[in-house]
Design a binder for this molecule. Structure first.
Ligand SMILES: Nc1ncnc2c1ncn2[C@@H]1O[C@H](COP(=O)(O)OP(=O)(O)OP(=O)(O)O)[C@@H](O)[C@H]1O
Ligand SMILES: [Mg+2]
Length: 299
């Protein structure tokens, strides 16, 4: 019996390279655990392997090494206990917005009546602000609207693990804020476990219980697991006034500016969890050079 809802052990992904070049190790020694109901954000520079990790968790790509255990079972291949929202929406072009959501809902609950499927699907389309556009095909929707259909589809199947790859990147600031609030509301209600990639430090502080920070690739690792203990519910318009906000924000930004590079290929190892850091309490906070000042608990 495993102790954690999700355990990722020694994950590595290599890709063959053309000619006689050695294989490219995108990341290795990736170890982390996630508890049930936790909201995790992942931040790291472009190309470090965030989407690749997410695709492995989704069962859409296979790790070169390592294991992913969810709910005590080793996972391989996709299944409906994991819902995915991709960096770019991936809708079925021949189905309407409603058709795309109900297709997934019907597959998830085959015993439901047509009416149940329709009502459930419509409620999620309404949530993302698409009531009235449900009969439009993806080609008739804007990029942001298509992304919202993808978001509605993933939420609608109420998966045990929601995997999101920069889900709000293509949305305008207003819609993004509305959907962030909706996401927090649904997450608070359903106790889903969320693993979300974002480039937006402020979004991560608003949403996450912990932010995992990845070093640059190749040979990327997860270097730190940063605890965000700003109390919930969090208010998007006032959170930056919280006394802890800028301590956390500076820590994340410093990582992206300096430690993501200085620690590249230098942290972690087989079975080693990322350093657990609480910037507010000062536990586990590394020196700029990367050596720990106070060693915190394990991740
Ligand atoms: N099929 C593939 N063959 C070879 N290399 C690949 C393949 N898929 C991904 N890579 C490489 O793996 C690395 C990580 O890619 P990935 O898409 O996971 O990055 P990312 O962290 O999500 O970046 P971004 O923030 O830009 O989305 C990149 O260097 C990419 O070129
Ligand atoms: Mg990506």
């Amino acid at each position: 019996m495993s102790l954690h809802f999700i355990e990722v052990e020694n994950l590595a992904r290599t890709f063959p390279q053309p000619g006689r070049q050695p294989p490219l190790t995108v990341f290795e020694h990736v170890n982390f655990t996630i508890e049930k109901g936790e909201f995790i954000c992942v931040i790291g520079h472009s190309g470090c392997g965030k989407s690749t990790i997410l695709n492995i968790l989704a069962g859409l790509d296979a790790a070169s090494e390592g294991a992913f255990v969810m709910d005590g079972k080793e996972v391989s291949g996709p299944s409906r206990d994991r819902g995915v929202i991709f960096q770019n929406h991936s809708l079925l072009p021949w189905l309407s917005a409603l058709g795309n959501v109900s297709f997934a809902v019907r597959a998830r609950w085959p015993e439901w009546s047509r009416r149940q499927v329709r009502e459930h699907s419509l409620s999620y389309l309404k949530m993302v602000g698409l009531a009235g556009a449900e009969h439009k095909k993806p080609s008739e929707l804007s990029g942001g609207m298509r992304q919202r259909v993808g978001i509605a589809r993933a939420f609608a199947i109420e998966p045990k693990l929601l995997l999101m790859d920069e889900p709000f990147g293509a949305l305008d600031a207003l819609t993004r804020g509305v959907i962030q609030d909706e996401l927090l509301e649904i997450w608070g209600r359903t106790h889903q476990t969320v693993f979300m990639i974002t480039h937006d430090v402020d979004e991560a502080i608003l949403l996450a219980d912990r932010v995992m920070l990845m070093t640059n690739g190749p040979d990327a690792r997860i270097a730190e697991s940063v605890v965000i203990d700003i109390p919930r519910p969090r208010d998007r318009s006032a959170i930056h006034q919280h006394p802890e906000y800028y301590t956390i924000r500076n820590h994340l930004v410093d990582f992206l500016i300096t430690r993501s590079k200085s620690l590249q290929g230098r942290v972690g190892g087989p079975g080693q969890q990322p350093r657990s850091v609480n910037p507010v309490r000062g536990t586990g906070v590394p020196d700029p050079g990367g050596t720990p000042r106070v060693v915190g608990g394990t991740g």
